[in-house]
Design a protein around this ligand. Structure first.
Ligand SMILES: [Zn+2]
Ligand SMILES: [Zn+2]
Length: 402
C-alpha cells in the first residue's frame, strides 16, 4: 500500500494517525495542529492576561512537561506576555518522586524557567511513604490528591503567584465526569468540567489548558518533540473507582475515538442544566467563562499525571514508540502501534460502581465556601479535607506511639 499523504499539507508523508479523529498527518503538521488547538482553548476561554505570572504544576510526567513546553512555545509565538514558573510538589515517595524531580530540574534548565519545590513533609508533617506505612496502600491516592491540591496553592502563594495551570487532559476530565455521573453527583460533575477552578475568595486560580487534549496525543507530542519527561508510573495504585472509570473510558475510546471528547462536551452541557452552576467551555460552543468552581472539587486522585492508566497503556505506547524508532530509524507508524497495543491483553474486566455508597439520591446543592478553621485554606466545610485526613493520620500516629 502506498504511504498516505498528510491530510493537512498534502505534501509530506503521513506518519501519525491522530487518536482524536484518525486524521492522517505528517509530524510537523501534527505538532502544529496540537499547539493550535491548545492556543484556541486558551484564547477562547480568555485564560490569561498579558504580564500574568503563571505557575505550571510540574510533576516531571508527560502531561505537565508537555504543558510547560507548549506554553513556552505559544507564549513566544503569540506574545501572551506570561511569566512562567515551574512549581513542583515533593510528596515524599522514594524511588518515584526523587527521580521525577530530577526531570523537573532538567526541564527548568531546558525551558529557562525558575523552579520551586514544596514538600508534603514541610507542609503537613507527613510524607506519602509515611502515610502509606500508616494506612496501607488502599485509598492513599485520596490523601495524595487532597494534599496536592492545597500544596500547589500554598506553593503559588509563597511565590506571590495567583494562577496555577495543571496538566489535566481530556481523558482526566472525561474520567471525572463519568465518576460523578455514576455517583449521581451532578453539582460536582458540573464543577469538574470547568476549565477554571478556584473561588473568588481563593487567592489562587487554577486552570487546565490541556482540557481538550487527548492523553494519547500528549504522549505523541512529547515523543515527536523529544521532550525530556519521566515515564515511570506512580508506585502507589490509584483508587479502585477512578481506575474503573479510566478503564471504561479507554474501552470506549477503542470503539469510538471521539468518546472522550463527547463525554467532556456532555459534561459541559449537563453543567449548564444545573441550577446556579455554569461551566466554562470553549467560546465556540456559545458559552463564556462562568463562575469558578471550588478547587476542592477539582479533579481528584493522583495528581502526578502518572499511574492512572488502566493496564499501563500509556507506558506501553511510549515504549513502543521508542522501540519502533530505534529499530527502524524511521518515523513511527502510530496506527500499527495502536493495533499492537490493542492485541496485548487489554481484555481486563472493568467493574462499574452503580451508585454512591449510601445509595441515596443526591440533591443538587450549592456549596457555601468559607475557610478552614484550622489552616485557613478555602473550604466548604468547617474543617478542610486535608485537615480531616491529617487528624485521622495523627490519631493513628499517637496510637502507634502509645
Ligand atoms: Zn503535513
Ligand atoms: Zn484545613
Amino acid at each position: 500500500m502506498a504511504p498516505a499523504l498528510c491530510a493537512n499539507c498534502m505534501t509530506e508523508r503521513a506518519v501519525i494517525k491522530r487518536p482524536k479523529n484518525h486524521a492522517k498527518l505528517c509530524k510537523a503538521c501534527f505538532i502544529t495542529v496540537f499547539e493550535d488547538e491548545v492556543h484556541h482553548t486558551i484564547t477562547s476561554s480568555q485564560l490569561f492576561y498579558p504580564g500574568e505570572k503563571v505557575a505550571i504544576g510540574a510533576s516531571g510526567g508527560k502531561d505537565s512537561t508537555v504543558l510547560a513546553s507548549v506554553l513556552k512555545t505559544l507564549n513566544e509565538r503569540h506574545g501572551y506576555g506570561l511569566e512562567l514558573v515551574l512549581l513542583s510538589i515533593d510528596e515524599g515517595i522514594k524511588g518515584y518522586r526523587d527521580d521525577s524531580l530530577e526531570t523537573v530540574k532538567r526541564n527548568a534548565v531546558q525551558y529557562d524557567m525558575p523552579l520551586k519545590v514544596v514538600g508534603y513533609d514541610e507542609l503537613y508533617g507527613w510524607t506519602m511513604d509515611q502515610v502509606v506505612e500508616t494506612i496501607g496502600k488502599k485509598g492513599n491516592c485520596t490523601y495524595c490528591g487532597v494534599f496536592r491540591r492545597q500544596a500547589l496553592d500554598r506553593g503559588a502563594k509563597m511565590l506571590g503567584i495567583k494562577h496555577v495551570v495543571t496538566g489535566h487532559n481530556a481523558d482526566d476530565v472525561a474520567e471525572t465526569v463519568l465518576m460523578n455521573l455514576l455517583r449521581g453527583d451532578l453539582a460536582r460533575l458540573s464543577r469538574s468540567t470547568s476549565i477554571v477552578t478556584g473561588d473568588s475568595r481563593s487567592e489562587v486560580k487554577r486552570s487546565k489548558p490541556l482540557k481538550y487534549s487527548y492523553e494519547k496525543e500528549i504522549v505523541l507530542y512529547a515523543h515527536h518533540k523529544k521532550l525530556d519527561y519521566f515515564s515511570t508510573e506512580c508506585i502507589y495504585s490509584p483508587e479502585a473507582f477512578r481506575g474503573s472509570a479510566r478503564g471504561l473510558i479507554k474501552q470506549l475510546e477503542r470503539v469510538r475515538p471521539t468518546a472522550i471528547l463527547d463525554i467532556v462536551r456532555s459534561g459541559e452541557d449537563m453543567a449548564r442544566l444545573v441550577p446556579g452552576e455554569s461551566s466554562s467551555s470553549c467560546a465556540c460552543r456559545g458559552q463564556n467563562t462562568g463562575a469558578f468552581a471550588s478547587a476542592e472539587d477539582d479533579i481528584g486522585g493522583c495528581g502526578s499525571q502518572n499511574g492512572r492508566t488502566a493496564g499501563n497503556e500509556m507506558a506501553v505506547m511510549d515504549k513502543q514508540l521508542r522501540d519502533n524508532e530505534a529499530h527502524e530509524g524511521l518515523e513511527t507508524d502510530v496506527a500499527k502501534t495502536m493495533a499492537e497495543s490493542k492485541q496485548r491483553g487489554h481484555g481486563q474486566q472493568v467493574k462499574l460502581g452503580l451508585r454512591s455508597e449510601n445509595g441515596a439520591p443526591h440533591g443538587v446543592t450549592r456549596q457555601i465556601l468559607g475557610n478552614c478553621k484550622r489552616c485557613g485554606y478555602m473550604s466548604s466545610q468547617e474543617i478542610c479535607q486535608a485537615c480531616m485526613l491529617l487528624e485521622g493520620l495523627n490519631k493513628n500516629r499517637a496510637k502507634i506511639q502509645i
